[in-house]
Design a protein around this ligand. Structure first.
Ligand SMILES: CC(=O)SCCNC(=O)CCNC(=O)[C@H](O)C(C)(C)COP(=O)(O)OP(=O)(O)OC[C@H]1O[C@@H](n2cnc3c(N)ncnc32)[C@H](O)[C@@H]1OP(=O)(O)O
Length: 409
């Protein structure tokens, strides 16, 4: 692939979007295109050009992401990757990803993250599967809670129009966003896009709805959802609550909000997509088999600047290990041996013998604390040279709660 790659100008935005529409077989409403534009810094786009025409594209959203320990790190949120079907499998993605990762390093971000359309694409560029998400389809008849589920008589539920409850959503989100690795800061344009509710945003699921949980002191949580109306063959109401997000600052508000969607009249089930793997609802249901759960990969992470990334996060236990990255042909500056000393908060290049050799993808997968390194060793993907070093680093990197970004970008 020897097509030139560069950021697009504002005038090239329609051609950039045209590549995405073709690659994703989608049609965006002009208002949706404008919203996407408001989210996208042009200087962080890239396009491969065939003549004057972009034929492969990508972009970066800047935001801060919560790390294990609660610090927030500026990361590169890679998005909008697409290559025209006429130009696929000629190395255009390969060229875009390599240039983009170089740019990210120059920009000073030590981690790149993305949601993948297909799990097989990004490993070759050094990304690892850092978080999973769970989806549930909970039937109303199987939704009873355990007897000691928390309740609070001071809690009230309130129905509101989502657009009018935005300040309360933001208040709850700000309160919880530091508590889980992977959650990222939301710009005003990101909230606009989440709460967008024009006719063309709705699809088959109806308009956006919400429920707030509050007491005299103010809001304690919210559920954002749609309701897909449907009927059985015998004309009995058979609606489905389609949960978009549910956040609460305490367990009683969390339980009350779940009850409010599970008990929704004229609905037979709740479909909850993209929930964290350690979602407390799994403990509240008296019969958790009725979760009807499935798992998908969620956040993918790429360590772009190894020492900067490893000193930015907290560790669950002390570790001092020499990590060897034998090969990183996309970000070769990561190759070599690195002494991580968590108690000192340092990660420095060393010539010492390695304690562990691991692929850069595995470091990315373990970075947010959701994947034990020991399981990669069991799979034969991590090599331990000093007995004990694997468990030492695996224990240090593991984290509770498990990582989850929560909102596709
Ligand atoms: C973060 C996001 O935005 S995720 C969205 C990704 N985009 C899409 O899914 C839209 C539809 N698909 C596309 O636009 C394109 O097919 C892309 C972007 C996935 C691939 O672009 P291409 O230019 O064809 O990829 P390219 O030719 O550079 O291939 C590079 C390597 O990836 C592999 N590859 C490409 N697409 C895929 C895929 N879908 N699954 C698995 N491997 C893939 C190629 O085989 C090649 O492997 P190799 O290095 O071992 O030879």
């Amino acid at each position: 692939m020897n097509l030139p790659i560069r950021p697009i100008s504002e005038a090239e935005w329609p051609a950039f979007v045209a590549v995405l529409e073709e690659a994703f077989a989608s049609t965006f409403h002009p208002v949706q295109v404008e919203r996407f534009k408001a989210l996208t810094p042009f200087n962080r786009t890239l396009a491969a050009f065939d003549g004057d025409l972009p034929v492969g594209v990508t972009a970066i959203f800047d935001f801060d992401m919560t790390l294990p320990g609660g610090a927030r790190l500026p990361v590169a949120g890679v998005t909008a990757v697409g290559v025209l079907p006429s130009h696929r499998r000629r190395g255009i993605l390969n060229g875009l990803m390599r240039k983009q990762l170089n740019d990210i390093k120059e920009h000073g971000e030590s981690i790149a993250v993305l949601y993948a359309s297909e799990a097989g694409i990004y490993g070759r560029f050094g990304y690892g599967r850092a978080a999973d998400s769970v989806f549930y389809r909970i039937p109303r008849h199987g939704s009873a809670f355990v007897k000691n589920a928390p309740t609070d008589p001071s809690l009230r539920l309130r129905t509101a129009l989502p657009a009018q409850a935005r300040a309360e959503f933001e208040q709850v989100f700000d309160a919880i966003s530091g508590s889980r690795p992977g959650i990222y800061t939301r710009s005003p344009a990101r909230w606009d896009s989440l709460l967008a509710d024009e006719e063309f945003d709705r699809g088959d699921d109806g308009r956006l709805r919400c429920m707030l949980a509050e007491d005299d002191g103010g809001v304690r949580g919210y559920a954002l959802f749609k309701i897909k109306r449907s009927f059985t063959d015998h004309d009995v109401f058979d609606g489905e609550v389609r949960l978009i997000e549910l956040f609460a600052v305490d367990p009683a508000a969390y339980a009350a909000l779940w009850r409010s969607v599970l008990d929704r009249d004229l609905c037979s089930r709740v479909y909850a997509w993209n929930r964290p793997v350690d979602d407390p609802i799994t403990h509240l249901l008296a019969e958790p088999r009725h979760l009807n759960a499935g798992t998908l990969d969620e956040l993918w992470a790429r360590v772009v600047d190894l020492p900067a990334a490893l000193v930015a996060r907290a560790y669950a236990a002390p570790a001092e290990v020499v990590i060897e990255i034998a090969e990183d042909d996309v970000c070769p500056w990561n190759e070599g041996r690195w002494r991580l000393a968590t108690a000192k908060g340092t990660c420095e290049r060393t010539e010492d013998e390695p304690d562990l050799t691991l692929p850069i993808q595995v470091l990315g997968a373990a970075y947010f604390g959701g994947r034990p390194l020991t399981t990669y060793a069991d799979a034969g993907l991590v090599t331990e040279h000093r007995p004990g070093a694997l468990l030492e680093l695996s224990t240090a990197m593991a984290w509770d709660p498990k990582p989850w970004a929560g909102l596709v970008f």
